[in-house]
Structure formats: C-alpha cells, structure tokens
Design a protein around this ligand. Sequence first.
Ligand code: PGA
Length: 250
Amino acid sequence: MRRKLVAGNWKMHGSRADNGPLIEAILAAPNLETVDCVVCPPFVYLAELARALRGAAVKLGAQNVGAEAQGAYTGEVSAAMLKDVGCQYVIVGHSERRGLYGEDDVLVARKFAAAQSRGLLPILCVGELLAEREAGRTHELVGRQLEAVVALTGIGSFARAVVAYEPVWAIGTGRTASPQQAQDVHAFIRQRLAERDAKIAADLQILYGGSVKAGNARELFLQADVDGGLIGGASLKAEEFLSIVAAARG
Ligand code: PGA
C-alpha cells in the first residue's frame, strides 16, 4: 500500500511575516504523520523554515535545483546546498520552469540526477499543454518527459523519486482534470515504468497537480493510481491545505 503524499508548492509567494503563522497553523494539525506532508517555499526561506520544522512530521522541499554540483553558475543553488539547509525533497521540471525558463527534458533529467546525487528526493513534474491534449498527444508527451529521465538515470532511480502529473492547462486555472482524466494518465505513467520494473512502478508515489482544492481533493485521491497532490494556490492557506491533507488520509 503506497502512502499518500501532499506537497505544497508555494511558488513565488510568501514573506517572513506570512510564513511563520502558516507553518504554525499547519504544525498544529493532528495526525500529520499519517501522510507524507511537504512544504516547498522559495529558496530564501528554506533555512528559517527548516528550523521551524525540526523534529516535525512536515518535510521541507525546494522548488528548483541547479544541475551542476558547484562553481561559476551565478544565481543557481546546488543540491548540496539544499541538503545542507535541511531539504529532503525538490521539485524538478515544473511546467513553469519548462515553459517560462526554457528547461528542456534533458536539463530536467540532469536536475533529477543532481538532486539524487545528494540524497534529495526529486518530485518530477510531467504534463501536457492544452493543445497537446486536444491533439490526443498526452501520452506521447508525458512518455517523452519520463523517458528522458529514465535514459539518464535508469529505472532504478525511480525507487527514490516521486512523479507529479500536472496538466499545464489545469495549473492555476481553476480547471481541474476530472478524476478519470487524472487516473488515465497516472495509470499510463505507472504502466510505462512497469514495463521496465514492475516493483518500482508499483511502489512509486504519483501525485496529481493542477487546481487541487479542499473541494475536489477527495475524489481525485480516491483514484487507484493517484497517491496525493502537488498543491499550488491552495497550499498558501493553512485551512485549505490541511483539508487537502485530511482528504489524503481518506
Ligand atoms: P495550482 O498549482 O494548485 O495553483 O494549480 C499546482 C502547481 O503548479 O504545482
């Protein structure tokens, strides 16, 4: 039985004044340890939040990582640095990184490898654009994004990773994939990886992301291959985020 995982992607939101009360409210909730619960704030807040989360059931993740180990890469943050300040997870290949900052499949795969080389668990985001879905190319696109990582790091690396299916047309739009649409792609992802290693595919946590809210989380999480969510906007309000965590608990 796979554990459910709920990760909050704060994106470029937050402030020291806002983060403290948000984390305090999350930590005050009962039974947090019954699901894997992660918060992913902007880089600059990681160290401070790591202190707030010390010994707590909530884990810390970053939203991005440099592909290189160290050196003259102005503005980049390495996997070793993320580990150093207390991260356990890192999101790689978010569609905003792919779409707005030109990260291609190969770079995303290198970031996935960099994260794992320092013992971080990558949350690998995959997902299609609306035009790609309408053209019936969803499986082709998602398959290609997965294959790029398998090609670089091997199927074995998925034993230490999380995949998040995030249809780009559902992110921040209020337009959620239907539970059936999500299940279809999640099953495809698991099947594609199972062709390489059935055990690793069966154990892999596959999250859904894209306008998940307290009101739709339960139905999504009831799907056989949906193991939780990557939550954007709704992760910025403690009550909403905790309702989603409660939905994951079943
Ligand atoms: P959203 O974002 O929940 O605001 O749609 C999800 C994500 O981008 O991870």
